[in-house]
Structure formats: C-alpha cells, structure tokens
Design a protein around this ligand. Sequence first.
Ligand SMILES: Nc1ncnc2c1ncn2[C@@H]1O[C@H](COP(=O)(O)OP(=O)(O)OP(=O)(O)O)[C@@H](O)[C@H]1O
Length: 586
Amino acid sequence: MFRASKVNRRPDRLSTYFLSNSAVLAGIALSGILYNVGLTAGPFFEGQLAQCLIAVMAKEKTVGDMVNLAGLYLAVILLVQASRCLKRFWVRRLANNTARSMRRVLYRNLVYQNPAVLGLDEAGSLMTKAIGDVDACAEGIRKFTTEIFDTGVVMIAYLGMLWYYDARLTLLACLFTPLAYLLAQRLKRPITRSSAAYKNSVSRLNGMALDRVTNALTYRVFGCEAQRDEAYTSQLAQVEKNAVVSSAWENAMQPLYNVIAMTGVLFVLIRGAQNVLGQGWAVWDIAAFTTYLACFSRLALKSSHAAKLFNAVQKARVSWQRIQPQLQPVSVPEAQLDTFTAPASLSVEKLSFAYPHQPPLFSNVSFRAQAGEIIGITGPLACGKSTFGRLFLGEQDYTGRIFINGLDLAEQNNAQLSQLVAYAGHDPQLLSDTIAENITLGEAFDCQPWLTAVALSEEVNALPRGIQTFIGAQGSRLSGGQQARLALARTLARSRPLIILDDPFSAVDPATEAEILQQLRMLAQDRIVFLISHRLTHFPDFDQILWLSQEKVQVSSHEMMLKTNSAYAQLFEKQQRKEVKNDESH
Ligand SMILES: Nc1ncnc2c1ncn2[C@@H]1O[C@H](COP(=O)(O)OP(=O)(O)OP(=O)(O)O)[C@@H](O)[C@H]1O
C-alpha cells in the first residue's frame, strides 16, 4: 500500500525530497549552526592561550590561569564535537530517506509502466542503472547538505571573526578566494563532461554484463561467446580510461584551489605584524594575531573545499538529470484489493487493431460472453492471437470497445485493469523466489488449492522444502512444464472477471492438460476464460470459438465453425488425424 505523500505528488522535483524531510532538516540546521559557529572557538582560544603564555612568562598570570583557560577550551571543543556527531547523524538520515523515497518512486514507475515499454527497455537493467544514479544523487544531497554547513556556515563565521579584527586586511587577503571559485566555474564543463562519459560507459558495461548472463546459453549455442568477450573487454577498457580522465579532472584541481586561496596569507603575515607593532590598520596583541592567522588559514582551506563541493554537486546533477525522467508522478492504487464479486460479463464491440504502419491484424471482432464460459481463440500462424489477448491488458490502443462487467476497458488505468484481467502469457515471468511467493506475490493465502488446480501439488510436495523451495532465476530450477503450470497457478489465484491464458499448455503433456482444463472449468464458474492456442484438442468442449485472421474473423460454436469455416475444419481434422496416429503408435 502506498501513501499519497509529498514525494508521491512531485517526485520529479529535487526540492520535494528536502521539503518532505523538514524535521530532519531542522535537526541538521540546529546541530550544524552550533557546530560550525562553535568552530571559531578554536582560533579564539588558541590566541588567548598564546597571549596567556606570554603573560605567564612575564609573571603577570599564573600557570593555574593557563590550565583553567585550557580546561574551558577543552569543554567548548567537546560541545562542538558533540554537535558535529548529531549533525552527521541527521545528514545521513536525510540521505537515507531521500534514497529510499527515490527508489520507491523508481520501482513503482517501472512496475506500473506500460509492459510494452518495459519489454523494450529491459526493466531489470534499467532498474540497476537507475538505482546507481539514485545512490549518486543521495550521496550528492548528503555532501551538499554537509558542506552547506561545514563550508558555508563556517566560512561566514570565520569571515565575521576576521572582519571584527581588521576589516581592510580581510578584504585584501580574501580577494584570492573568489579567484578559486572563478576557476572552479570555468572547469565546470570538462568535469561534468568527463563524469557523464564515465557514468555512461559504466552503465553500458553493466548492461553488457547483464546481457551476457541472461543470454549466456544463446551465445554459447550460436558460438558468439568470443565476440561477446571481445566487446565486453573493449568496453571495460573504455570504462577504465574514462575513470582515469574523470578522476584526474576532479582531483587535480584541489591543490590548485588550495594554492590560490592561500595566497592571501602573505598579506596577513605582513600587515598582521605591522598591526602588532602599531603601524598597521588596526592595533593587535599576540592573541589577535594568532587568532586572525588561524582563522584565515582555516577559511582558505574551507574555501578550497567549497570548490570541491561544487564538483560533487555537479556529479550529483548529472545523475539527477538521468533519473529525473523516470521519477514522474504515477497514479498508483491505494491498495491492491480484489474488487471482483459479481459474476463476470464481457462485451467486445467491433474491435480492430493494427500495429503502427502495418495493415490491420484483425477487424470488427464482436462477441459477448457470460460467467463460466471458456472461449477458445485460434487462427493461422502469426494471425494476432497473442496481440488480441494483450489488448485486454491495455498495452496498445485499439478501435472498438471492450466492456468487462459493464466497465469500458479504455477508461481504466493500469491499476484498475489489473483488477479486471488476469493473464498468463508465453513467458512465465517467474520471480527468483520460493514457489509459494511466486503464487501469492506477498499476499497471505493458501496456495495449495492453486497448485492442485494446475496439477502441480504432488510434484511440489515431493520436494524437500515443498512450497518453500527456491526456484532460481526465472524459475531455472523447474522444468518448462512446471514453470508454465506455476505461472498458471499464480494467474488463477487472482480473482478477476476475465482470465487470459496464452498458449498455457505448450509445455504440458496431453493428460495433464486435460486434468487442468477440468479443474479450470470448475474454478472459472463465475469468470470468463480466453484460451489462446494452436492446439485444438479441447476446443470441442469450449463454449465459443474465436477464429482470427486478416481475411476473416468468426465467432461461433465449435460445431458451427466446423461447418462454416473450412480453414478451422481443416486445422482441426489434421490435428485429430495426427493425434489418432500418435495414439496408435503408442
Ligand atoms: N510489438 C509489435 N510491433 C509490430 N508488430 C508486431 C508486434 N508484436 C507482434 N507483431 C506482429 O504481429 C503479428 C501477430 O503477432 P502475434 O504474436 O500476436 O501472433 P500470434 O498469432 O500469437 O502468433 P503465433 O502463431 O506465433 O502464436 C506478427 O506478424 C508479429 O510479427
């Protein structure tokens, strides 16, 4: 169940992630200001200690005064460091919350996207790449937030201190800091470019690794392993090259920023000494000189960090730009409830479909069906049987209308559609999880009746871990027939008015097919079933037959089809003869 939080409303805006963490931000602000303003206590106490030492040597103060001062210094530093720990904790929490929110939005967007888009983009690798970007973004947010305080606030505090001691000297000595920023601005482009090139090459490499694992068998069978190896190695070399360039741009700049920002120290030493001698713009003692020098060097160091922060933000921006399009708001159901209670009804009116720039696959399909009916769908090879079934999943636009239980399918969103239609396609699409989890998908119900319905319970119960058996990636530890039956169990377990089964028995032997069909008849008494198949063995038992072809679309009973549709009659009789021959040969 997903709550309609701020993040769900505008997940494509970076500010959303900050706004939805206002309490955490308040914690960061409080501890951050305390820590960073407290940092100026360091130079102040160092100056006071230097002055005190001189006074002790001149016998104007005692060693006890010095120890008291050092004790106070220690207490203040402890307080400052405690604030630092708190600030780090809150910043980490902000990054974790952001990463979690982004991952959740990403996951939902991928899962609720049009399945056709998922098919094209390989959802798995898309997700892997996107998660890498989410992590980079969250890390960017963490660094940015940290540096806003550890660099921004602390620099203001140090500057205030310097200004207090000698405003004119501060202006002169700090002139070099903007120069370091200017340089950072100029180098923005090559740093962004090299970072983007590196990230893209890593993404491509990840995609190739995933492709090699997924299609390992195909590459082996077709003898293209060496070719794939070569392509992978060359991409790996490219990644290494890009990593070196990107890291060189990032790291080589730091010493340069440091040198530029520290140049002002020359003025501090000369004019500061003149101040102590009473010949400068201000009148200083040793404490003031020590404090000013310590403050300035820390400020210079911090300003060079600011340039580094800028690079980190640039990197995070590249990642953000890549994932932002995948973080669009989506409408998601409040809860996945089984809403179907009434007996099913279906009305298909003048349904026509053509893929873009292609002639119509079928035109003007019209028929009605009532609860308990099984409709066999067949036709010549590649006539559009699977496409017809998938139209009910809202994958493609069609002309004509489809009503399920009186609801116009075209007006339903993906979530509503999922409540009306259950589907099992060619590809079982099994999860790398247990048998039970593949049926329940996280819901709490008994999966035994569904295993029985697909004639799988005996085989599963014979396994040492029964329904808790892990089936491996894409069900690789099951046979093809077992995979198909498991996918079928998952589909049947969903109480939906329309069940679409696309060639569900291609990997199942005829006896098991007959057993499952018998079960299906009982289970689907209040539902409508589409059974898409080339194999017409059980079509005589079905309530209606839909014949699909470019030339002719026909809906009627099996008997009528035999009399009026010669193509159907020929196909059926040919299969009958083959089955008789097979029986005789056994
Ligand atoms: N996404 C697509 N874009 C364009 N054409 C497609 C697409 N998917 C399928 N086709 C084409 O549409 C036609 C029908 O495909 P479909 O898979 O629906 O037929 P089918 O009757 O189920 O096939 P089969 O007899 O192999 O089971 C085929 O010519 C196929 O190449």
